[in-house]
Design a protein around this ligand. Structure first.
Ligand SMILES: [Zn+2]
Length: 356
């Protein structure tokens, strides 16, 4: 008769002793150890579930257990439980795994949207070739020129003078090549400026009128140059398009009306910048202004004036690209702080020189 070898633990000491198990008749088991043999009914023992190559454990009702390698004989000797009981047990043992897998999936999807997509967009945006940037930009501008933007009414010398100042202020930047400044009359939008992925900056006549001096306009333009250096617009549009594809995939609408029919120029017009992008563009602007001898305080001045102009946040509807520069107290404060630290640094340099 076949016997299975194993180790017997009596439950009182941690020391095991050699044991053998056999089944003399259906439903009966005999455990043989040094002290002798004990016979059991199969119902008096529980067998641990089979888990890969792990040893199996046979627990006896009166205490003590036997560890032994898996053998198909074990499943023959011990009467199987009902299928339902087994299924319930299977689920019981996996409930924690199922719950944690679901939680992990939810966390994973959120992390993908929050971190994965922006990361992907940041990596992909620099790979978009300039001709495609130009096409996307021209199409996006055409969408706006159709109804929200009209030809500029500023006199040519005024435009040229601002274009020259913008050129001087951005000269030497890594992506300065594509930058250029255009103007549009936009009574429906009011004072605003935005940059397209190819570096085309559009400033409204209304913003030029609002500014008290050119330094204020250069402050806004430096902010737009910041968006351009960081490729914020294209990154945002890429994030949105990827998000639409993923949402379509998750909810089963990958075809037709949803994700794939939406083109990048439309997304560009519809996508606002994130707060982080605004902060990055602001910080870029403060540095650039200071480097070119302008005070970031000009940024605080014009932002402060924009916040009193009702047009900036109304009547734009879904045009996030244009409504994406909401003036905020926080940003004005940051500009003032940058200006203050800049002038403090100047004074420090001055006093150093005076001390020499
Ligand atoms: Zn901005």
């Amino acid at each position: 008769m076949t016997e299975l070898p194993g180790t017997w633990y009596d439950g009182r000491s941690s020391r095991g002793q050699p044991a053998r198990l056999r089944s003399p008749a259906p439903g009966r088991l005999v455990l043989a150890i040094a002290e002798g043999e004990r016979e059991f009914d199969a119902g008096e023992v529980t067998l641990s579930p089979r888990l890969g190559q792990l040893a199996r454990e046979l627990r006896f009702v009166g205490g003590g257990h036997m560890e032994l390698e898996h053998s198909p004989l074990l499943d023959q000797w011990l009467p199987g439980r009902s299928r339902i009981e087994a299924a319930v047990d299977w689920l019981e043992r996996r409930r924690a795994a199922v719950l944690s897998a679901t939680a992990a999936l939810v966390v994973g999807v959120i992390a993908f949207f929050q971190l994965g997509l922006p990361w992907m967009a940041r990596e992909v945006a620099p790979l978009v070739p300039p001709p495609i940037e130009r096409t996307i930009s021209n199409q996006a501008l055409a969408l706006l020129d159709g109804h929200l933007l009209e030809p500029t009414r500023l006199p040519a010398p005024r435009r040229e003078s601002l274009q020259q100042s913008f050129f001087d202020m951005t000269r030497g930047l890594p992506r300065a090549d594509g930058l250029r400044l255009d103007f549009r009359h936009a009574p429906g939008i009011g004072p605003n400026a935005f940059v397209l992925p190819d570096g085309q900056v559009v400033m409204t006549d209304q913003l030029v009128t609002l500014a008290k001096d050119d330094e204020e306009l250069l402050a806004v333009l430096a902010h737009e140059a910041g968006h351009h250096e960081h490729r914020h617009g294209l990154r945002r549009a890429l994030e949105k398009s990827a998000m639409l594809v993923v949402v379509g995939f998750l909810f089963g609408d990958v075809s037709g009306t949803g994700a794939l029919s939406v083109s990048l120029p439309v997304l560009l017009v519809e996508s606002g910048y994130s707060r982080q992008h605004e902060r990055e563009a602001d910080e870029f602007a403060f540095r650039q202004l200071a480097a070119k001898g302008y005070s970031p305080d000009a940024f605080a001045r014009i932002m402060g004036r924009m916040s009193f102009d009702g047009k900036i946040d109304s009547g734009l509807g879904p045009i996030g690209y244009l409504s994406s520069h909401p003036p905020s107290a926080e940003r004005i404060e940051a500009a003032r702080a940058a200006a203050a630290s800049g002038s403090a640094a100047d004074e420090a340099v001055g006093s150093d020189q005076a001390g020499e």
